[in-house]
Design a protein. Structure first.
Length: 490
């Protein structure tokens, strides 16, 4: 016999106090926007609307943490394209940070209300190792070789945002249904981003994006594939970020498609999204993304060798891979770019990166704590002009960590990655729930591909990709806990 359930009534119902305030605020907002447009022009009206929307969003995020959580994800997909469209550096990234902080605050307030431990679900090796990373990064702010505090703190704030997002993910994933809800919402926007990248390839860039590309001659050369074709970036900041995200998404969807017992409708949607992601990855022209996809598939095959489907898939994928790399296709710029990923000795950019790694090794050996946050990278000479790392092109995530955090920080980063993967693999083999195993397998394979991509790109930390990486880590943390507690459904 089912137990009766009680339904909570919301304390912010539309006919309550908040509803009355809304009826007062909306006319005032309309008057403010009208006056702003009359007095200062359209830009003021847009800023007022965005400011009012932001204020309402922040308030809703305190009351309902999931609002802030998902709003941060959604805005992160479009903020760079909004900036390109408006030709303005509107600080939407700050809004994303604020939403994460407000989401965190809302979770803490809720915990206080229900008298729940702040450390709920946090008793896990992955959480412990990230606390060490958090503390080590805090120490790096005060590195005597580092950039001015204002710059170091800005870099640290970005990392703090991601750590808080990981905490929010762990706390909001209370049941498996919450995890599935996140994946559905996130992959809706993956579908939109992949589709728009394909649109850019098939029909060309809109005028405002083409204007953005041509505004920077150096950037135009980096994006060019020759013959008037350019690498695609969809709504994201760059083709590299876009390609890596599409490769990771394709891997996750591939594991679901091969292992989850979906009905034909869900299977069709998954397959279409997977194909769009694979195409978008190719159109991005990001060689690391291609390697990322291949290395992820290799791990998937190793983890599922006992599955007969894996042998069939390996044969089909192997034939397709050989055809794409060695087949008689010569006029396609996308395939030609893809092939260069497997010819590193002939790639000038790879040779330059290898030279830079060798050149900076003596500095890494003699500086165990590194050069400090924000001291490397093109443009860093503006605030650390006499620093040994000023303007050093640290394209690799691992190399950047080694020179800014030192070999001690790099060792800690390796330990973090090892713990995340070890816990994910262990949870996968210990799980007895078929769907949990699929989710864990997809998470581990995707995380592994991102970690490998760190060798040649700053792959982990850029939004919206980071808003996939850290929830996947949270899935590794929570799914096993949920299974042991028996809370498979909400």
């Amino acid at each position: 016999m089912a137990l009766p359930t009680t339904r909570r009534t919301s304390s912010i119902a539309p006919d309550g106090l908040w509803g009355k305030l809304l009826w007062v605020l909306l006319p005032l907002l309309g008057l403010a926007v009208a006056y702003g447009v009359y007095r200062f022009g359209n830009v003021a009206g847009i800023l007022l609307i965005m400011g009012a929307f932001g204020a309402i969003l922040l308030l809703a995020s305190v009351l309902f943490p999931k609002v802030g959580f998902y709003s941060a994800i959604i805005i992160s997909f479009f903020l760079f394209d909004i900036q390109r469209f408006l030709r303005s550096d509107i600080p939407l990234g700050t809004l994303v940070d604020l939403l994460v902080y407000i989401c965190f605050l809302g979770i803490i307030v809720r915990k206080i209300q229900v008298k729940e431990s702040f450390w709920q679900h946090g008793n896990h090796p992955i959480v412990f190792v990230y606390i060490l990373v958090f503390l080590y990064s805090l120490i790096e702010i005060f590195n005597p070789m580092g950039a001015p505090f204002s710059v170091s703190f800005l870099i640290y704030r970005r990392f703090l945002t991601l750590i808080l997002f990981l905490y929010c993910s762990i706390q909001l994933f209370r049941t498996r249904d919450d995890i599935v809800e996140f994946l559905k919402i996130y992959f809706i926007f993956i579908f939109i981003a992949a589709l728009y990248g394909c649109y850019q390839e098939w029909f060309g860039y809109p005028a405002y994006e083409m204007r953005y590309i041509m505004s920077n001659p150096l950037g135009e050369r980096l994006l060019s594939l020759g013959g008037g074709k350019y690498r695609k970036f969809s709504f994201l900041a760059s083709p590299a970020d876009y390609g890596l995200l599409m490769a990771a998404s394709a891997l996750f969807l591939l594991v679901l498609l091969l292992n989850a017992k979906f009905k034909w409708k869900k299977r069709t949607i998954t397959a279409v999204t997977l194909i769009l992601c694979a195409l978008a990855m190719g159109y991005s022209g990001t060689r690391t993304a291609t390697l990322m996809l291949v290395i992820g598939i290799v791990l998937y095959v190793l983890m599922t060798l006992s599955n007969p489907k894996t042998l069939v898939f390996t044969s089909v994928f192997g034939l397709l891979f050989v055809f794409l790399i060695y087949g008689p296709i010569y006029g396609n710029s996308t395939i030609n770019r893809l092939r260069t990923a497997f010819e590193p000795n002939e790639d000038e950019s790879v040779q330059v990166r290898d030279y830079n790694r060798q050149r900076i090794q003596p500095f890494i050996y003699t500086h165990p704590l590194g050069g400090g946050l924000g001291t490397a990278g093109v443009g860093s000479s503006a605030y650390v002009p006499n620093h040994p790392l000023a303007d050093f092109p640290s394209d690799s995530g691992l190399l950047r960590n080694a020179i800014e955090y030192g070999w001690v920080g790099l060792l800690l980063l390796y330990i973090t990655y090892i713990v995340v993967l070890q816990q994910g693999v262990q949870a996968y083999y210990k799980s007895r729930d078929p769907f949990n195993r699929v989710l864990l397998l997809a998470s581990v394979v995707t995380l592994f591909s991102y970690i490998v991509a760190q060798y040649s790109q700053v792959a982990i930390g850029m939004i919206p990709g980071a808003f996939l990486v850290y929830p996947l880590i949270a899935i590794v943390v929570r799914l096993r806990q949920i299974e042991l507690s028996g809370l498979k459904q909400s």
